[in-house]
Design a protein around this ligand. Structure first.
Ligand SMILES: [Ca+2]
Ligand SMILES: [Ca+2]
Length: 203
């Protein structure tokens, strides 16, 4: 009888020792060794949930925006004459409008209203509702002088308009700082400059 009790006590002791030992060896929490960068939060699976602007295992990479909305384009600079040193219009300033395009000038995706008889040296504002898709690497802007039905001056490239230059933008170049104003100076000798007012949309 005593032997039985003794065995019982011993095994109880061993069980409690082994369960105590088990407690000490318990795995650390799933987030103990996980570092989420850039404001990411570790969840109970040990996975980083990243803010929409970041991606990657530890939120270490910049994410592509869903889209970049352009609300306004300001023409900050344009050429006074064409490459042959001729005025855009013979008797008045150029009648400016912008074309916004995803690929080369074969596809126009949007254009602005025309501002008549613009003066060299001034800035001109065009309110727009244009969107650049975060998945598309390149967009183009073209500046034109609307000649209506008049086809007497300069080179006619798009309809009845003088082609005043082009600008390219790679929107993802700006994704680190996500500026709400993007300045694009003239990229060619024969070109124009613009300032964009934009919104970055991530979700
Ligand atoms: Ca003209
Ligand atoms: Ca004019």
């Amino acid at each position: 009888m005593n032997k039985l009790i003794f065995t019982f006590l011993i095994s109880t002791f061993l069980i409690s020792v082994s369960s105590c030992k088990k407690e000490e060896e318990q795995e650390p929490g799933p987030c103990e060794t996980v570092i989420c960068e850039n404001g990411g939060m570790c969840d109970e699976q040990g996975t980083c949930n990243c803010p929409p602007e970041f991606e990657g295992t530890n939120c270490e990479n910049l994410a592509k925006p869903k889209e970049i909305k352009i609300n306004k384009v300001i023409v900050t600079d344009f050429q006074q004459t064409n490459n042959s040193a001729e005025e855009w219009d013979t008797d008045s300033g150029p009648d400016l409008y912008l074309v916004f395009s995803k690929i080369d000038n074969t596809l126009s995706i949007a254009e602005t209203e025309t501002l008549s008889n613009c003066e060299f040296g001034n800035e001109y504002e065009f309110p727009v509702e244009w969107t650049m898709d975060g998945a598309d690497p390149v967009y183009y802007f073209y500046l034109l002088d609307d000649d209506g039905d008049i086809q007497s001056d300069s080179i006619q490239i798009i309809g009845n308009a003088d082609f005043m230059g082009e600008l390219m933008i790679q929107p993802l170049d700006f994704r680190e700082n996500k500026p709400t104003t993007i300045e694009l100076p003239p990229q060619l000798n024969y070109g124009f400059g613009i300032r964009l007012e934009v919104e970055w949309i991530f979700e």
